[in-house]
Design a protein around this ligand. Structure first.
Ligand SMILES: [Zn+2]
Length: 243
């Protein structure tokens, strides 16, 4: 079980400064109920200048070693609840990406950590659930392509079926230079044992994943040919097939 990502912990502990990323992936902080976006890193190389995202406001702070120095005050009041919700949503998205917890589990953690004021303006359960689902869909696009197949990390949500059953049942591992991975469910193997009329299908050069071959074993079940096992292989030598 993975521990909650840092975002949750910082919100939970009510630390002075919450670091987060904006919708567009820009560095932001929340400090005393105000949000700020990174404007520049100063010439010393570690002091960061942040400004209020409200263009009409000149609110600015500088951050150096987690010490905040207020440069210019805001022309408006703080919005602690709004920023709390923003930080929690950001932590929630991070968790959606990095864990395979259910939306319910993730939202529950948001609800446990939110203040009463924050809860009053937080999006509905349904809306949070949609945010998590959208986030997960967005990252379902092929994982970042590693230069070497040995570096490929298969995200947790690819390792199970939509019903939550194990799907990645064999991975020869990152130490294998002829790495191969096999996706199937135990049910599929039972089908292969039961229906012994098999067909194989090969697709060469599966470029997006740096594997040279996708090998699919189908079974003929009562007149239908259904895919049962998917094998991604680095090479197509006899030795790999034997393995
Ligand atoms: Zn401001």
């Amino acid at each position: 079980v993975k521990s909650p990502p840092p975002g949750f912990r910082t919100v939970l502990l009510h630390v002075k400064i919450i670091h987060m990323l904006s919708q567009k992936g820009k560095e932001m902080i929340i400090y005393e109920g105000y949000s700020y976006q990174l404007e520049q890193i100063l010439a010393d190389g570690h002091t960061k200048a942040y400004c209020c995202p409200n263009k009409k406001c000149n609110g600015r702070v500088r951050l150096c070693n987690e010490d905040v120095h207020v440069v210019t005050e805001h022309s408006h009041g703080p919005k602690p609840e709004e920023n709390e919700v923003r930080a929690l949503k950001c932590a929630m998205k991070q968790q959606a990406e990095e864990t395979d917890e259910t939306p319910r589990q993730i939202i529950q953690r948001v609800q446990e950590n939110i203040s009463r004021g924050g809860a009053a303006i937080a999006p509905s359960y349904r809306s949070l659930q949609r945010t998590i689902e959208q986030r997960r869909k967005a990252i379902e696009i092929i994982p970042q392509q590693p230069a070497d197949i040995r570096e490929l990390q298969i995200p947790a949500h690819f390792c199970q079926t939509i019903n939550g059953r194990p799907f990645l049942l064999h991975d020869s591992g990152p130490d294998d230079e002829n790495r191969f991975v096999m996706f199937f469910t135990e049910e599929n193997i039972e089908c292969l044992i039961h229906y012994t009329n098999w067909f194989s299908d090969r697709t060469f050069r599966v470029d997006p994943l740096n594997f040279n071959q996708l090998y699919i074993i189908h079974a003929s079940i009562e007149g239908s040919v259904l895919p049962m096992v998917y094998i991604l292989m680095k090479n197509r030598t006899e030795n790999s097939y034997r393995r």
